[in-house]
Design a protein around this ligand. Sequence first.
Ligand SMILES: Nc1ncnc2c1ncn2[C@@H]1O[C@H](COP(=O)(O)OP(=O)(O)OP(=O)(O)O)[C@@H](O)[C@H]1O
Ligand SMILES: [Mg+2]
Length: 505
Amino acid sequence: MTSTPTTRGGTRTPSKRRLSDVTKHLSMPSGIVAHGYPAVARQCRKMGVVHDDWQQALATAILAKRANGLYAAGVGGVTLSTCRQVGKTFTIGTIIFALCALSRGTKVLWTSHHGKTTDETFESLVALAQKPQIAPYIRKTPSGSGKQQIVFTNGSRILFGAREHGFGRGIPGVTVVVFDEAQILKAGALNDMVPALNTIKNPLVLLMGTPPDPKDPAEVFKARRRKALDIEQRRAKGEKVASNALYVEIGADDDPDPDDRRQWGKGNPSYPDRTPEASIERMRELLPDVAAFIREGLGVWDREVNGTRLITEPEWAATAVGIVPQEGVKAIGVAFNLDGTRVSVSGALKHADGIHTELIDARPLTESGIGPLADWLAERKDSVALFVISGRAGADALYLALRERKVSKRQIHLATTVEYTASCSMLHDAVRGRTVTHPKAPAGDMLDASIAVADKKQRGQNGAWGWVATTPDGDETPAEGISLALWGVRTTKRRPGRKRSVMTA
Ligand SMILES: Nc1ncnc2c1ncn2[C@@H]1O[C@H](COP(=O)(O)OP(=O)(O)OP(=O)(O)O)[C@@H](O)[C@H]1O
Ligand SMILES: [Mg+2]
């Protein structure tokens, strides 16, 4: 740690900023023992390119290596979220120029979503390639549409193309892939291109983009961010977490004053030295609204799109049913939230063809709320095999209230943390395996809304996790309630109305 009290970015220009001085979120790959950057930096200097301090730090992280000599972020990839006009194309472009010059036959794919962005990037890198100290390394720069390339004298080449035009599929022998505009990238397009890397010993995949607009199909970008932030949080608590990916997010504070120059500096480490005030002002004028400026000009992710989901929309839709089964073994899951201010009640029914789950109700809980809830549950005790309750804040009180209402001990189960986390992964697995259903509901359904923002939150060291709502007003209890009900109906051996258990599993 340096002793300088550095405010991230800020208006002051420290003599040498480390990566963590300019990042808002940073998740490094583990196992770094060697560095690829010094050789790249030497090659860059020969080409007349000198990286700024934060660019050096970024390049060092990207090119860090493990003991086996492979890139530490080679498997999980590099993800970079920044504002516009920060120097991304320059930094990544010059690193790639050096890699191309250093090892003959390097093949790079540089894709953007839009054709227009691809053209702009190609032009700016061709301009760079024409600099007197770089030109001797370059053989040609063919520019026909769909054929844009920078070809090096040693046989290395960079191929440019737009994903919206289907560029990049099935190109063999690729060493490096750059996905620019990574906020517009569907999993399909990523999967189409990544196999090209499988036969390469030391591949590098870079995703770079700006925080997504709510309309952008940003699943890939969001999922990588979600994973990285989770790792970052766990490491902050002192947990040792292995990772094979690098995530770098540079951005101003949340909810920034869009005119505050300090925030401009935090959002863009090249301001004001490289990116002049005028470029940022221009961006502000060209972008449709302040929200877009905060995203694209300052690199800040929207709170609304901060929401992430583990169960994907297609997975959830595939398990929705119009006709609800009626006959079978029933369990009820009751989930209290952390502070006991909300509760949800859900049911699961094990029928001949599988298991059906439903949210019965989710609501805020007032002091008097346990009584009516217990009444409602106790009325159903003859038809329900098991009541599974979780959430320390309300579970004990509900247990007592049910016992007072003559619900038998054996019929009430207070889920332990281990059982609770098991129920959460059980729901996830069951949805993915299509062995559980839920009602097809109209827009605005509370269960759909909960699943839409419910994501993994690590609980403990061994990979166990529970549901967490990823938006400020999101509610995880419906997702938890159906998980508990599902777990209950799967594990109970009780059959209401029968004296002995007939179930074996
Ligand atoms: N270390 C450097 N040395 C020289 N020029 C630099 C350096 N860093 C950035 N620049 C210059 O800053 C300008 C902006 O960089 P660049 O085009 O790479 O930004 P960008 O983040 O890709 O922008 P956009 O989001 O618009 O695509 C370019 O003119 C580039 O040459
Ligand atoms: Mg660019």
